[in-house]
Design a protein around this ligand. Structure first.
Ligand SMILES: [Mn+2]
Length: 348
């Protein structure tokens, strides 16, 4: 075993006593245009989360992207593969799960060879559940997603039968037992995202992560290995409100334990049972207070706008819709760093 701290992949870990800003990140697909990459560079965004299909997950492809991105001053902070990170066979323990876990491990080995520090996992076999997408008063015409839990909790079984809590956790353990050794061997970590919306069960399938306690249970099940970290989805915490956990306290705790690999910076109109996704400045939470807690806790994870409004094709599509909220995020981060004395200027 190569061990953790000696690996160059661990460069994203906290260096004690030395403050490092969070790494602002934007999602990216493969083979985007020079204009697209130039636009990211102009925003001063230096990290991207690269989304690849399983067929694209090769050493050659990742190195090609890395080299190209380097010319724009952009680093790949992590690689995500949606078909593996929310894999129904693995999560529900269906026939063929061993082959899918094998693929996941192959991905980890490929990421190690290309020096990508982490990838994603989300125990959501049917993805994020929302009632729909619409323009609301809070979005000024922007199309955003909303959830009415009264409607979502009435939905029929999403799969062939009910999958209860014990079974879901057993399947997670089965996955961890086969994947954690590969993470530990290669130094590539996994960032676990909560179930969204965070309720104990939806459409007949128990949720793995729907509050702070279940996150702690997952880390304990992984024997607290650094291989398993979290995506701290502020949006999910806010959707759950007090039922999820004490957000500011949780930020402090999980930063101290070095568990946060990625922060999803997102606000919503109110806690469940009904919420709409909003810009950071329009939701119910004081996002500056949350940002200040991240900065005060020396969080050095990557941080990104989780979901933006639906992109307008003539306005740059998805990247266009990410630009404004990402700038707002950077503004809040810099203001918090100045207020807390972590960012200084020579003359003013
Ligand atoms: Mn999220």
């Amino acid at each position: 075993m190569q061990g953790w701290p000696s690996l160059s992949l661990c460069a994203l870990r906290t260096k004690k006593g030395q403050y490092m800003s969070m790494k602002v990140q934007i999602p990216l697909m493969a083979n985007e245009s020079d204009d697209h990459l130039g636009f990211i560079h102009e925003m001063g965004v230096e990290y991207v989360s690269l989304f690849l299909k399983y067929e694209e997950l090769s050493y050659e492809n990742i190195m090609k992207e890395k080299d190209r991105l380097q010319k724009f001053g952009i680093t790949i902070s992590d690689v995500a593969c949606l078909s593996l990170q929310k894999n129904k066979k693995i999560i529900l323990g269906l026939d063929g799960r061993d082959e899918e876990i094998e693929k996941y491990n192959h991905m980890l080995s490929t990421l190690a060879k290309t020096e990508i520090p982490y990838t994603s996992v989300a125990w959501q076999p049917n993805g994020i559940l929302r009632t729909g997408h619409k323009a609301t008063q809070l979005t000024r015409g922007g199309i955003s997603s909303y959830a009415d839990m009264e409607e979502i909790l009435k939905r029929p079984l999403a799969d062939d039968r009910i999958y209860g809590e014990d079974e879901i956790w057993e399947n997670f353990k089965y996955f961890l037992d086969r994947v954690i050794p590969v993470c530990e061997e290669t130094g590539v970590k996994m960032a676990l995202h909560p179930n969204d919306p965070p309720v104990p069960t939806m459409a007949g399938i128990a949720s793995l992560i729907h509050n702070t306690e279940t996150f702690k249970r997952a880390f304990a099940l992984a024997n607290n290995s650094p291989a398993l970290g979290m995506k701290m989805c502020i949006g999910c915490w806010l959707e759950g409100g007090d039922a999820f956990g004490a957000l500011l306290e949780d930020i402090k705790t999980f930063c101290a334990e070095d568990k946060i690999l990625c922060v999803h910076f997102r606000n919503v109109s109110s806690p469940m049972p009904y919420f709409e996704e909003t810009l950071a400045e329009d939701g119910y939470a004081n996002m500056y207070a949350i940002m200040k807690q991240l900065v005060a806790s020396d969080c050095n994870a990557t941080i990104s706008i989780d979901h933006a409004f639906k992109g307008r094709e003539s306005m740059g599509g998805m990247l266009g819709s990410f630009a404004y909220p990402t700038g707002y995020l950077k503004g809040l981060m810099h203001a918090a760093e100045i207020e807390l004395g972590k960012r200084t200027y020579p003359s003013f």
